[in-house]
Design a protein around this ligand. Sequence first.
Ligand SMILES: Cc1cc2nc3c(=O)[nH]c(=O)nc-3n(C[C@H](O)[C@H](O)[C@H](O)COP(=O)(O)O)c2cc1C
Length: 494
Amino acid sequence: MAFRSLGEFLAELEKRGDLVRIRSKVHRDLELTEITRRTLAQDGPALLFESVDGATMPVAMNVLGSRRRVALGLGADTLEEAAARIGKLSKLRPPAGVVAALKDLSGTLDLLDTVRSLGPKRVTSAPCQDVATDSIQLDTLPILRCWPHDGGRTITFPVVVTKDPETGEPHTGVYRLQQYGPDTLGFHAQLHRVGASNYRKWAARGERMPVAAVIGIDPATVLSGLAPVPEGISNWVFASFVRSEPLELVRCQTVDLEVPANAEIVLEGYVDPAERRLEGPFGDHTGYYSAPEEFPVFHVTHMTTRRNPVYFTTVTGKPPTEDSVLGKAVERLFLPVVRLVLPEIVDMNLPAEGLFINVGIISIRKSYPEHPRKVMHALWGLGQLMFTRYLIVVDADVDVHDLGEVLYRVGLQADPANDFEMARGPVDQLSISNPIPNIGGKVGIDATKKGPSDGFPRPWPEEIRMDPEVVARIDALANADPVLGRLFAERPGK
Ligand SMILES: Cc1cc2nc3c(=O)[nH]c(=O)nc-3n(C[C@H](O)[C@H](O)[C@H](O)COP(=O)(O)O)c2cc1C
């Protein structure tokens, strides 16, 4: 089932008992954070705050704060099902674009039909433009102050639309927008983001960059803003593909951009290349406050909304958070894409505690000397995986999600004198331990078993395993002897 709007999704969640309406009066400064934080920690439902102090609209939070809701939001029963769909789209990524792929892949009719129908659909009238105003008072929106020492109230979950001035290619990214005044916001697209690259291109031309920020839209479109969609695939096509239905787009009323027709709220305006302002501090994904730093300023000149909009937002912080749930979902969804480039990869775990940028555990089918190092360097060159500071490579039979097993393999099978690959390169702008911002070290750890094909001179010892015949005999005995049966049922693990 595809959802066209946030409202449709919330209605479905409510039908399934996975949304709770909060009618008590709560304040948008800090209180929504505390309620949402506690709810998410218990894998609780989506929340719709109906009585936020001073707000004229309800506030939806924790909407994508569980795997089951993310899968449902993508029109799938499981994330694996959605991942399989994304894997197919990636196969269609040719250098010359989707049209060429249509010709090349004329055998795969099913897929072609789907892709043919995926050009976003243009509409001329849209619910997100039911109400419009040029007199911007951002205080009419229930913008949250998330953490006590935040530099200001912040729109935390907007899908920000920009475009490349050279190609005209639109792009969406989720970048927070800190409120400065009645009509100005900080444009927090970090250094390595496409939104920041677009900004630099507009700035090089000495022109203002048109910007639209979408607050509240269907889950697939939100995901297309926060996920590392491979270059060459439009975020709009990606959103359509993930939910198997074309996204409806409408032209903005005052800027030359398009936005999803079924959005709740759209802010239109511009970023002036000549203007930068301190943004932050902000309670960030790291669990620390990001220090104030200069970012461009987004001037909001026009706002359109639905007649009864819902304000969609989230709270970042130390995991678990909604964005850490989403990060895990992105890991599952994009594994097939990573495997297209590196088919030797069996599985990947980017633990939430590693913030998805600090620690990566990769299992591979190793087939030649230095193969793990080849994988490390390939991953350090692949999209946002370039940020990974600690990359641990294990053999195909190691469960990368079993952190005890991974530590066992690292401690025992990786020799720091020989199996550590030290590198240096770009690190995420939010990283705090590198003395120079955006530049830092990386370590790859080869925790695979070694053998003659690795140039390893000693014989690798034999791993202890029970004789399978004995295992089968004891299984049979446990079936016959209730005492043994109960013993094993209570303490599983052979
Ligand atoms: C809730 C949430 C808030 C985010 N806030 C920011 C932000 O303020 N700045 C930023 O650069 N990235 C932020 N991100 C990460 C980007 O959305 C993400 O890296 C995305 O892939 C955009 O990258 P791109 O613009 O290079 O395509 C946020 C992600 C989430 C889930």
